[in-house]
Each structure stands twice: as C-alpha cells, then as structure tokens.
Design a protein around this ligand. Structure first.
Ligand SMILES: Cc1cc2nc3c(=O)[nH]c(=O)nc-3n(C[C@H](O)[C@H](O)[C@H](O)COP(=O)(O)OP(=O)(O)OC[C@H]3O[C@@H](n4cnc5c(N)ncnc54)[C@H](O)[C@@H]3O)c2cc1C
Length: 471
C-alpha cells in the first residue's frame, strides 16, 4: 500500500562536508555550531539513559526562511534533520542522530501577535511555555496547556509531542488548543494549516496531524494557539487514602459525579515521601496515595466543586482531607507535584514511564503496576494525571545498578502489555519517540502502522525528518 520509509543511515563524510559548505555559503549569518563540545550538549534529551548520536552540526535559525533553506539543503545532501525545542522530552524524540543536523528552534522565540478579539496568540515555536503564559496573562488571557515542565519546555516541543500536563482533564492536550500552524516540509517548502477560525473543516485535519508527530512530518515554525479569558485563581485540596485502590475509586467517583476539576493528580506513597522530603510540606506519609484536586471556577462555584470532590473522596475511603488556605499554599502544593520527578531523582536513578487507560480502569492499572514492581523486585513510584487515566510509573534503581537496563526493559514491556490489555496506550503524552517504537504496532496494529508509514512516505519520501522516531 505505501512506499517504504527510508532507513536511517549516517551520511558519508563527503556529503557532510559538502552540506556544511553549502549551508555556510547560503546562510552566512546563521548561527551554526560545529565545535564538538557544543554539539555534545545536543546529543541527549531528558532520556539520558538512551543511546544517541552526535550531531554533525547544530543550527540555531531565527527565521522560517532559514529553516526552509536548511531543510532544502539537508534534503539535497540526504542529511537527517532533528527538530529540537528545549530538549526536555521523555521519549528520545530530539536526541542527536550521528552525522545529522539538529535544528534547535530556541532562538525563534518571539510572540508575533496577541489577538484578544479572536482569543488567540500567534507565536514562534521557541518560546518557553511559562513565558507565553505570562505574556498572555498580562493581557487578562490564559493559555491552558500546562506540562509539569512548563518552566523549561518550549511551545514547539509541546506541539511536537502534543504535550499534556496538569489541566488536560478540563482543557485538553496541546492539540486541543491549536488553531493553525506554519510548517516547513521535508523539501524545504512552507505551508500553512488552519488559521484563526474556531470552526474550519476545509480538507484534511493537517494541523492535528502535525501536532504530536514529533518532527517526523515537518518542522513547525509558527503556531496560532487558542486562548481563553483568565480563569479565577485555583482552589486546591488534597485527599489521602489508605490504599491505592481507594484513590483509584475516588478518581472514578469524581468522574461519575460529573465533576470536571482543572487538576486531578495522583501520588503514591513512595512519591508522597520523596516530595515531602524535598519540600517539607508535612504530607501524610502513612497514606498509600494522595489526590491533588483543583478548581479554577469563581470562588463560590469552586468551593461547591471541591465540596463535591471531597464527598466523592470520602465515600471512596479517604482518611484525611486538607484544603489549601490561600492561593500561595495552593501554589506550593501544585509546585511540589510538578517537581515530583525531580524529587524522585534525589532517591535514585529514575526511568519514567507514561501509560494511559480509560479513566475507569485506573484502579486496574495501579494494581498491574504494583504487581510488575513485585515481579521484578523493582522499586516503583507512581504519580500522574489520574483524571485523564494517565499515570507515570517510575522505576527507581540505585545509581550505577548494573541490572537497571535489563530490569527496565522487562518491566516496561509488561507495563505496556498491561496498559494495552486494559484498552489503554503505551504513551499518553510523552510520545513514541525512539524509546517505544517496537510497541506501536502492538498497540495500534500492523494495518494502522501501515497507514502511518504511507503518510510519512508521502510527506517525507527521502526519510530525512527525524528518522528512526515514531515509526
Ligand atoms: C520534570 C519534567 C516534567 C515533565 N512533565 C510533563 C508533563 O506534565 N506533560 C508532558 O506532556 N510532558 C512532560 N514532560 C516532557 C517534556 O517536557 C514535554 O514532552 C515537552 O513537550 C517537550 O518540549 P521541549 O521543548 O523540551 O521539546 P524537545 O524535547 O526538544 O522535543 C520534543 C519533540 O518535539 C519535536 N519538536 C521540537 N520542536 C519542534 C518543532 N518546532 N516542530 C516539530 N517538531 C518539534 C522534537 O523533534 C521531539 O520529537 C516533562 C519533562 C520533565 C523533564
């Protein structure tokens, strides 16, 4: 049915030299890093345990036309291209390819327009998520997508991965907040998709296709993102449970009650202890699990929403409830959750996973994670966006433990199969990248992968855009 996707091959030395010569001749003002030490710092993303190649060069373009010229020249010389944002990805999507060109979009970080009348912002991809949020907040507006890494990650990376985060239960993932894109294609040509229309069904949904494609179909050089009027400051509560099952039941009860809090996060006992050690919050360390529930409705409605969430938690067996007294206390609690991965990294070497299941299966997923940890004798700490059915089990090893690779491979394979058996997914927000490719056909089936391959082959016949990632 489809043309084969070209395999990843390191370009021969002569092609590398000729490519760099052409880039320097055509783009004399481009910032191009070719020094080995500079290139080395673009080898890895946050998946530091994955093997990755050393880029031939790192380009830091400032305009779409520079990106376009770079990709056109890369296509001519068959040089693989890795688009990169801030490098905080957790699936090896932006790691270096040996002899490839990494295009870091970090200098393309300008907001081009805040259009309050149409509730949208037009931006370059290199801006950091938190900076964009801050800039639109100054106009009384709100950009919803909120990955825990929001102070580090770029909008381009969020678009590349279809990032999720702490408020998807109410506002959706990044894809749900994108209206239009400018994209550089694999031959260097530039297209636009979507625009400022809230409704637009002209042709195929290309905007949605590019979002989440991890730089394998095109490089996003501009995005029109949906804004909302700024909501009220969040009201926040914590509920502690004697068992993981009880916390899972509370998540299901909150959904069944028809509540749509802005945040519904779960932390298990190991994560509670690590977060408490790192932040001295005085959390209940005897609890098996904790839920963080937040409302961004106006104060009276927020109080009513949290009252109903508390009732659902208590009926599921919550042993204690804490309500944040003021927005500052709420900020501390939310920030502690955001830093859960960093808190666990103080305990040992962490391999973070990203499985998702239909919400009602969260208790089953929690049980499966527990069994897998016991099966392999691995310490597991789990936290995540329980309201979306998306959990992050973290396998934790002593630093330098020689069994880490082998045990992680076995445990993650069981984890992915368990998630799939529950009707779930091997990755809910971090992406297939280079770390989960073998599990894509197991989840979606060979026929579906074949359709994906035909899309890849149509848009990138030479296979130069982020080869070896996703499919
Ligand atoms: C502490 C911590 C917490 C995190 N929490 C969350 C979370 O809550 N939710 C979540 O979803 N993720 C989370 N992440 C993962 C990560 O931050 C996100 O995946 C984020 O979207 C990556 O953005 P980045 O700018 O770092 O992109 P990078 O890592 O540089 O790139 C990510 C992918 O996007 C592609 N890409 C980058 N820019 C472009 C572009 N302009 N055009 C096309 N493709 C592009 C890359 O090729 C790569 O495949 C977390 C990471 C850390 C370290």
């Amino acid at each position: 049915m489809s043309a084969p996707v070209a395999p990843v091959t390191a370009p021969p030395p002569a092609a590398r030299v000729a490519f760099l010569d052409d880039v320097r001749a055509e783009l004399p003002d481009l910032r191009l890093l070719t020094d080995a030490a500079d290139r080395e710092s673009y080898r890895l993303d946050e998946t530091t345990y994955l093997a990755a190649g050393l880029p031939l060069a790192v380009a830091l373009p400032e305009t779409t036309s520079e990106v376009s010229a770079l990709v056109r020249l890369a296509a001519q010389h068959r040089i693989p291209v890795v688009p990169r944002g801030a490098g905080t990805g957790l699936s090896g999507g932006a790691t270096g390819i040996e002899g490839g060109l990494t295009i870091a979009l970090t200098r393309m970080n300008r907001i081009l327009e805040i259009d309050g009348g149409n509730l949208c912002v037009v931006t370059q991809p290199g801006i950091i998520n938190a900076e964009l949020k801050k800039r639109v907040a100054a106009e009384g507006l709100f950009y919803a997508p909120d990955p825990a890494s929001y102070e580090m990650c770029s909008i381009g990376g969020n678009l590349g991965t279809n990032a999720g985060g702490l408020c998807c239960i109410k506002y959706g993932q990044t894809r749900d907040n994108v209206l239009g894109l400018e994209v550089v294609l694999a031959d260097g040509s530039v297209i636009r998709t979507g625009g400022r229309n809230v409704k637009d069904v002209a042709g195929y949904a290309l905007t949605h296709l590019f979002v989440g494609s991890q730089g394998t179909l095109g490089i996003i050089t501009e995005a029109t993102l949906r804004l909302r009027p700024a909501p009220s400051p969040k009201s926040t509560m914590l509920a502690f449970f004697p068992t993981l099952d009880a916390a899972g039941d509370a998540v299901a009860a909150i959904a069944v009650a028809g509540l749509v809090p802005v945040t519904l996060e779960l932390l298990d006992a190991a994560t509670i202890a690590a977060v408490d050690d790192a932040n001295n919050l005085g959390l209940d360390r005897d609890a098996a699990a904790m839920l963080l529930v937040e409302s961004d409705l106006p104060p009276d409605a927020a109080r009513a929403e949290l009252d109903r969430a508390i009732a659902a938690c208590e009926s599921a067996g919550a042993t204690s409830i804490i309500r944040a007294e003021d927005p500052q206390e709420a900020d501390w609690l939310r920030q502690a959750r955001r830093l859960a991965l960093r808190a666990l990294e103080r305990v040992g070497e962490v391999r973070m996973e990203d499985v998702g299941v239909p919400r009602a299966r969260v208790p089953d997923l929690l049980r499966a994670i527990d069994e897998i940890g016991k099966r392999y004798g691995i310490r597991v700490a789990t936290f995540g966006h329980a309201g979306d059915g998306n959990l992050h089990p973290n396998f934790i090893f002593e630093r330098g433990d020689p069994r880490a690779e082998e045990l992680t491979e076995a445990a993650r394979s069981d984890l992915y199969r368990a998630a799939i058996a529950l009707g779930g997914t091997v990755t809910a927000e971090h992406g297939i990248g280079s770390s989960r490719r073998e599990f894509l056909p197991i989840q979606v089936g060979a026929g579906t992968v074949e359709v994906m391959r035909s899309i890849k082959a149509a848009l990138d016949p030479l296979g130069i855009l982020n080869p070896g990632r996703v499919i």
